[in-house]
Design a protein around this ligand. Structure first.
Ligand code: G6Q
Length: 549
């Protein structure tokens, strides 16, 4: 395959960026009364306004050409057809099958996977019903009041984010907690105040070998047994597993009947739609969980069938490429104006950076262009009082995504209108800026000496012309949330396809894990292996200081 930089559209975009260099979005809006209509779309109850971007019709035309020339269409088909597009691990990539609400079969190696997907959903429904109704009893005959999901990375971030986002739909007398870090503080602080008799652990691990998760799971098992007089029969009532590794689940002592299965064609960071979402379903109920799937399904269908020019994930992906590869942006900010979406940026960090933080292409060649940007962000309005200064007047170009619900789940004074007003105002301010003339007019009455005035005018002028997308929806429902997450998943897919990289492996996380296995016995006093002088001195210091305590 041709490197993306050699494609005619890539070359055209290189030239085109000079054409728009002197333009300002403010003028584009002034000149074109239909800019919003031209550059906004609705998909699955979400309004996607991308009119505040540094693009003209010509830019969009060339970006769409780039998508066509890079073979995106074939790549989308390959994913939905169950081809092994994860070429390093030789796996299909089929999180879309998990939320396929239609009757279309989905084949992996000639076998329709939909019956097994539905079977696990049925098993989840049965279990969730039992726990939420109080029918599922702990070892001593008491109903479950607290669920603790033990998992990390993809087995944590997605469910944690969704569970927080859907807090208004939670069942009052059932609390769901998440433990991820191998730092014992995470488990200890979570278990404080919980009762062994009424706590249910979900051990979520695709491989069931992850060091952090297995360490936490073993300590949780010890904690449980300490509370039930060491009676191991309690494990069957207080532990369930979510995994692809039946053998390891059994070896841990979890009853195979309490295992919820998923498959190797579900990537960790794409797994919240599988049984890994069991904690979500326990929090909000199975009907709500299926609404989440429905929201994602509608976006999948849109992504699969809409022409690129009206395809939201395609446009999201192409805009990111425009900034990243042609206008020099190195990061992308995600700014949900919604406290319930506080973990959304963290989830997207994994989704995007683990998928597209790659330096070699699908053919094993070093790339000579930028791939995935740094993703960061936090909920508004908090960020306005910290890093927004840089967004407005700093020297970096940082494209932003704003997300906001028009309706709140609550009615509480003016809070929600203030939140919304701030969200819309920030996007407007980034785009229009504030001109020197406007600043001078504001300062006119102050009668300042010209030297001081010049300094103030410079400091108070906002360049504007800073791009953002706006995702607006009526309310943050399970369905809307499902759609939002799927939009970003497919955005990442689009970018990976154009960059000709494998978005579905994560080899870069392995080396540190391997070295930690070497260092662990050394910290405990074992023979020191071969290390650089820095690492060696640090290990020795840990040993010394560890002995003193
Ligand atoms: C995600 C990654 C990674 C994974 C964790 C947990 O795409 O593969 O974050 O989810 O390492 O792995 P297990 O689920 O196997 O414990």
């Amino acid at each position: 395959m041709t490197q993306p930089t050699a494609l005619p559209a890539w070359q055209a975009l290189q030239n085109h960026r000079h054409e728009i260099a002197a333009s300002h979005m403010r003028d584009w809006f002034a000149q074109d009364g239909s800019r919003f209509q031209s550059f906004s779309l609705e998909v699955a109850d979400i309004l996607f306004d991308y009119s505040k971007n540094l693009v003209t019709d010509k830019t969009m035309g060339q970006l769409l050409q780039l998508a066509e020339q890079s073979g995106l269409r074939a790549r989308i088909e390959a994913m939905f057809n169950g081809d092994k597009i994860n070429n390093t691990e030789d796996r299909a990539v089929l999180h879309v099958a998990l939320r396929n609400r239609g009757d279309r079969p989905v084949f992996v190696e000639g076998r329709d996977v939909m019956p097994q997907v539905r079977r696990v959903l049925d098993k989840m429904r049965h279990f969730v019903g039992q726990v939420r109704s109080g029918e599922w009893l702990g070892h001593s005959g008491r109903a479950v009041t607290d669920v603790v999901n033990i998992g990390i990375g993809g087995s944590d971030l997605g469910p944690r984010m969704v569970t927080a986002a859907l807090t208004p739909y939670h069942k009052d007398n059932l609390k769901v907690h998440y433990v991820a870090n191998v730092d014992e503080a995470d488990l200890i602080e979570t278990l404080k105040g919980l009762n062994q008799e009424t706590t249910l652990f979900l051990v979520a691990s695709k491989t069931f070998t992850t060091q952090e998760t297995m360490t936490n799971a073993r300590s949780a098992r010890d904690w449980l047994l300490a509370g039930v007089g060491g009676d191991e029969r309690a494990i069957a009532r207080h532990f369930v597993a979510i995994s692809t590794n039946r053998h390891a689940v059994q070896a841990f002592g979890i009853d195979p009947d309490n295992m919820f299965e998923f498959w190797d064609w579900v990537g960790g960071r794409y797994s919240l739609w599988s049984a890994v979402g069991l904690s979500i379903a326990l929090a909000v109920g199975m009907d709500r969980f299926e609404e989440l799937l429905q929201g994602a399904y509608e976006v999948d269908e849109h992504f699969r069938t809409a022409p690129f020019s009206r395809n939201v994930p395609v446009i999201m992906g192409l805009l990111g490429i425009w900034y990243n590869n042609f206008l020099g942006a190195r990061s992308h900010a995600v700014l949900p104006y919604n406290q319930y979406l506080r973990h959304f940026p963290e989830h997207l960090q994994q989704l995007d950076m683990e998928s597209n933080g790659k330096g070699v292409d699908l053919d094993g060649l070093q790339v000579n262009y930028q791939t995935g940007p740094v993703i960061w962000g936090q909920p508004g309005t908090n960020g306005q009082h910290s890093f927004f200064q840089l967004l407005h007047q700093g020297t970096h170009l940082v494209p932003c995504d704003f997300l906001a619900a028009v309706q709140s789940h609550h009615r509480f004074g003016e809070h929600h209108q203030i939140l919304l007003a701030n969200c819309l105002a920030q996007a407007e301010a980034l785009m229009r800026g504030k001109t020197e003339e406007e600043v001078r007019a504001e300062l006119a009455g102050l009668d300042l000496p010209e030297e001081k005035l010049a300094i103030l005018v410079a400091a108070k002028t906002f360049p504007g012309n800073r791009p953002s997308n706006m995702f607006l929806f009526e309310k943050l429902t399970p369905k809307v949330l499902g759609s939002l997450v799927a939009l970003y998943e497919h955005k990442v897919f689009v970018q990976g396809a154009v960059w000709h990289i494998n978005s579905f492996d994560q080899m870069g996380v392995e080396l540190g894990k391997q070295l930690a296995k070497v260092i662990l016995p050394e910290l405990e006093g074992g023979e020191m292996g071969d290390h650089d002088a820095s690492t060696r001195a640090l290990i020795e210091t840990c040993r010394d200081w560890g002995r003193q305590s």
